[in-house]
Write a protein that binds this ligand. Structure first.
Ligand code: FDA
Length: 308
């Protein structure tokens, strides 16, 4: 089922169909507050009331014109300005292909550099997401190019990739900051570990490396490494230090407990019109979510939001 869903996430015909169907739109709302920046900021205010800061990410990937790239950067600059004006504690998380990586590394580097300058001048940290394995080399090259000592710029690494232990060593050596996740794409055995047990073991080992790094004397920890996961059993096995980040709408009922325990914690809020591939990857992570999709198709049954 996971393989099928991940294949479906790349199907343009299914994307068009899904975006037209109201029941799909209804089910998507479980994972995102809406399609606009206003929706995202309203959700960030609600979380702030619960002492939970946010990460904002506008959904979109594989843009194919420089004009679109410029629009994405402009949008994020407005998101930074509005968050600052509204006194929200936010970070940004961006996908390289949303910033033009398919158009060339130079296009993406220029766009990212403009966004990093704007975000950092406002004191807003920025994360670079990691997409499928065909982009990893170029994403890390961009990250290393843009990394400056002490600047809050982080990169996501995926525990399932065979190359990640080496990549992690390289990023730590360069003084960078990492958000570790299990990995959300369909990857072949030559590239990635297969099976939950192997991926969990890799996540645990890499997560412990991040904790050790933060425990080093003199390590500045204001912008710290992150474990991006909802796997509370696994997270409990990694010593304190890294921040935990979860996705909006997932394991909602556990958030207060994590905050109460004093663990640094943030919720990543995704929003935007281009939700189809991202939403199907969320279904693939937990095929039981298909139940919500089916229920939102049936009149008279409400779709639970938040939850878990
Ligand atoms: P796992 O999938 O084992 O889930 C553990 C438990 O969490 C499940 O048993 C279930 O209870 C709950 N859960 C998890 N996913 C759920 C879902 N979709 N719906 C409902 N419940 C769910 N990936 C990537 O490749 N590149 C990236 O840049 C990022 N960025 C990123 C940022 C942040 C902040 C997070 C939290 C995650 C990502 N990811 C990502 C996604 C990541 O790779 C992974 O696919 C998901 O986090 C799911 O894996 P878990 O670690 O939660 O474990």
């Amino acid at each position: 089922m996971r393989r099928l869903l991940l294949k479906a996430s790349r199907n343009p015909w299914m994307a068009r169909q899904a975006r037209r169907r109201r029941f799909v739109q209804k089910a998507v709302r479980r994972f995102m507050p809406g399609e606009t920046l206003d929706h995202a900021l309203a959700a960030a205010h609600q979380l702030a009331d619960e002492r939970i800061p946010s990460v904002l990410t506008q959904l979109g990937e594989n843009v194919d014109s420089s004009a679109d790239v410029a629009r994405v950067v402009d949008h994020y600059c407005v998101a930074v300005d509005r968050s600052l004006a509204e006194e929200l504690d936010v970070q940004l998380s961006v996908k390289p292909t949303h910033l033009g990586l398919d158009l060339g590394e130079d296009v993406c580097r220029t766009a990212l550099a403009r966004l990093v300058r704007h975000a950092h001048s406002a004191g807003v940290p920025l994360w670079i997401d990691m997409e499928d394995s065909s982009y990893v080399e170029r994403t890390l090259a961009l990250y290393h190019d843009l990394l400056r000592p002490g600047a809050p710029l982080g990169v996501c690494l995926q525990a399932y990739l065979h190359r990640t232990p080496d990549d992690l060593a390289g990023v730590l050596e360069a003084g960078g900051t990492v958000r570790l996740v299990k990995g959300a794409y369909r990857e072949p055995p030559a590239v990635a570990l297969q099976g939950a047990g192997a991926v969990d073991a890799a996540f645990l080992a890499l997560g412990r490396t991040l904790s050790d790094d933060l425990a080093q004397p003199g390590r500045v920890s204001t912008f710290r490494h992150v474990l991006g996961s909802h796997d509370l059993t696994l997270l409990a096995e990694i010593p304190d230090g890294p921040e935990i980040q979860m996705l909006y709408g997932i394991r909602r009922r556990d958030w207060a407990r994590v905050v109460e325990a004093g663990t640094p914690f943030r919720v990543l809020i995704s929003y935007g019109e281009h939700w189809y591939p991202w939403y199907v990857r969320r279904l693939a992570e937990r095929p039981a979510n298909l139940g919500f999709l089916v229920r939102s198709m049936l009149p008279g049954l409400s779709v639970a939001r938040g939850g878990r």
